[in-house]
Write a protein of this length. Structure first.
Length: 102
């Protein structure tokens, strides 16, 4: 740590601490049309969940209306939302995927 002298005053160097980036929850929302098997496949493909974890999240979406798929920095969360929405549209399912600050 160095210090500088400026016009007779000793200035101490201060270390700046940066805050970690805000994190965002990526969630799937329930609908009455997307098959449960498709939701499990999405969770495995885009969120790297094993079959058991994916089934647990899918059941939470089904029973509670929403389920958290993962928590990520903003750019990763936004990318995952877009990938899931595009994949669902491609397979003609109305699956909704959203993100919110954690």
């Amino acid at each position: 740590m160095s210090s500088k002298e400026q016009q007779g005053t000793l200035l101490e160097r201060q270390q700046e601490r940066t805050a970690p980036p805000p994190m965002y929850k990526v969630m799937l929302l329930n609908d009455d049309y997307t098959p449960m098997e498709f939701v499990v496949a999405v969770l495995q493909r885009f969120f790297s969940l094993d079959h058991e974890q994916a089934t647990r999240v899918m059941l939470k979406v089904h029973t509670e209306g929403r389920g958290v798929c993962g928590i990520y920095p903003l750019d990763v969360a936004a990318t995952k939302v877009e990938l899931v929405l595009g994949f669902a549209r491609q397979h003609q399912h109305p699956l909704k995927c959203v993100m919110e600050e954690n």
